[in-house]
Design a protein around this ligand. Structure first.
Ligand code: KPC
Ligand code: COM
Length: 494
């Protein structure tokens, strides 16, 4: 691929022939800043991104979404190779994959992505930007870069977040990493025993990946893991991780990371007393913290106790003409939130008043499967609607049924049916409304993006499902399964 820029050089991509004042300077060129900029520019405004890092696209391509999707893909391939290697179409896995090699593969490919971010932003989108320069915010209309003062009508803070450090001793030890340092190649050895601390959407994919690479992998969390999930669906996810060898200590607070110079173990509190889990590496998956310190100092931006920038419904901060977007404004720290909030700030800046509403969205993470869920859990639905509920499950009870079966899961359904996935729809009987959808498998997350939109903007009923056109075999099965029952006046579980 052609190289469009040298990421080690400071870069100033400004249209010096355009003498208009900037409508907005975006501080930070991640997903929020880049999409906010693209949208503002598309509406006819003038913007400038100032990014102190060496690329556009932020953490997504640096160390977050992109590597973790790559690692997920490798996790699934390795899972199949380990399980089926030497039979049918699979060669025997006769070497030990190395984490260091995979990180290097990622880093090599990342250059292409950075380059594309540059090229698309500059040539296709016509965005103006500065890279590899630290911005200095002078006031709410002035930002200085490399001795040059840029005037702007508005500032949009898009500074992202960084990993939270839990409050336990031993974080400084060699071998304590997180998803950001992992891809910086901080490990000069191949980990064999990994403890993952945390219980959320970062824990599951990384624990699965480490396990798939052949590491002895243990998850430790102070409270239950995957707290937001429907319990039955969560049980499937955890069973499937355990089946591959991941060990879990839920409700076991980590007390200390042990070691002299490098990590040797993690001390935890269990109901039976304290316990040490020996390991050579600790992976922190303990959440993210907004990068709000600088704007707080420079402009007096108001933040809460977690460092989240406080914004109104138009994404305005307490300082006039200063907006905040993306991870800075708190949960959900997700891609859609970053990109959409950038867009909403731009609309407001250019005089199209737009309220920021997160709205209904599907939660999604990886384990050895894609896990996607939307709407109510069974527990919540029972609390709200009692017995006025109907359920569709696949498999309907006995996991040895070779369903679900579709992209990727069909291989399991023929060779190891109990591993082919799990899904559940929760429907209110009286109104026939779909309240919750839960899916563990492959390929369904695509559909959930649209389902969340439908559920948010009206309602989705079992009868609507029956009218949809499924692409058989399809990963989510909700359409055909719903149709098997939709003819009933009085809905019965499936
Ligand atoms: C995945 C799958 O549904 C395969 S076979 C199902 C046939 S039917 O239930 O009649 O649509
Ligand atoms: C993708 C980054 S890696 S962005 O959201 O397109 O800017």
């Amino acid at each position: 691929m052609t190289k469009h820029y040298d990421r080690f050089q400071p870069t100033i991509c400004i249209n010096e022939d355009d003498h208009r004042e900037f409508d907005a300077i975006f501080i930070g060129g991640g997903a929020a800043g880049r999409f906010g900029s693209a949208y503002l520019r598309a509406m006819g405004g003038r913007q400038l991104i100032i990014e102190k890092g060496d690329h556009l696209g932020g953490q997504c391509c640096k160390n977050a979404c992109v590597p973790h999707h790559l690692f997920f893909d490798l996790t699934v391939q390795l899972d199949q190779l380990r399980r089926f290697g030497g039979t049918y179409v699979w060669p025997k896995l006769d070497f030990k994959p190395k984490l260091a090699d995979i990180i290097q593969m990622y880093l090599n490919g990342r250059e292409n992505l950075y380059d594309f971010m540059f090229e698309q932003s500059k040539e296709q989108l016509g965005i103006e930007f500065i890279l590899n320069h630290e911005p200095r915010i002078i006031d709410n209309h002035t930002v200085e870069v490399a001795g040059r003062a840029f005037k702007t009508k508005n500032i949009v803070l898009a500074l992202g977040s960084r990993p939270n450090r839990p409050d336990i001793p031993g974080l400084h030890l060699k071998g304590v990493i997180d998803h950001t340092s992992l891809v910086e190649g901080v490990l000069d050895y191949e980990p064999e025993r990994m403890v993952v601390i945390g219980g959320g959407h970062t824990m599951a994919p990384y624990a699965s990946f480490f396990c798939a690479l052949g590491m002895e992998t243990t998850v430790v969390n102070r409270s239950p893991v995957l707290k937001k999930m429907d319990l039955e669906t969560k049980a499937y996810v955890l069973d499937m991780m355990r089946e591959r060898g991941v060990k879990f200590y839920e409700n076991c607070p980590p007390l200390a990371i042990l070691g002299e110079d490098r990590v040797t173990g993690v001390k935890i509190r269990t109901p039976e007393g304290e316990k040490v889990i020996p390991c050579d590496t600790v992976f922190l998956a303990t959440g993210m913290r907004p990068n709000s310190d600088y704007p707080r100092q420079a402009l007096g931006i108001e933040v809460d106790a977690k460092g989240t920038v406080i914004v109104d419904e138009y994404l305005r901060t307490n300082v006039p003409n200063v907006y905040a977007v993306g991870d800075l404004i708190g949960a959900p720290m997700e891609m859609f939130k970053a990109r959409r909030s950038g867009m909403v700030a731009s609309r407001n800046i250019l005089g199209v008043p737009t309220r920021w509403q997160v709205g209904m969205f599907a939660e999604q993470f990886h384990s050895f499967y894609e896990v996607t869920y939307l709407g109510l859990t069974e527990e919540k639905a029972r609390e709200m609607y009692g017995d006025d509920l109907m359920f569709i499950r696949m498999p309907p009870g006995d996991r040895s049924i070779a369903l679900p079966a579709a992209e990727r899961s069909i291989t399991y359904s023929f060779l190891a049916p109990e591993l082919s996935g799990f899904q559940k729809a929760i429907i209110q009987k009286s109104t026939r409304k779909v309240l919750g959808l839960h899916h563990v498998g492959f390929g369904a997350k695509e559909g959930f993006q649209y389902l969340s939109w439908i559920m948010q903007n009206g309602e989705l009923t079992i009868d609507d499902f029956a009218e949809m056109n499924e692409l058989f075999l399809n990963p989510s099965h909700f359409i055909q399964l719903a149709r098997l029952r939709a003819g009933q006046r009085e809905l019965v579980n499936l």
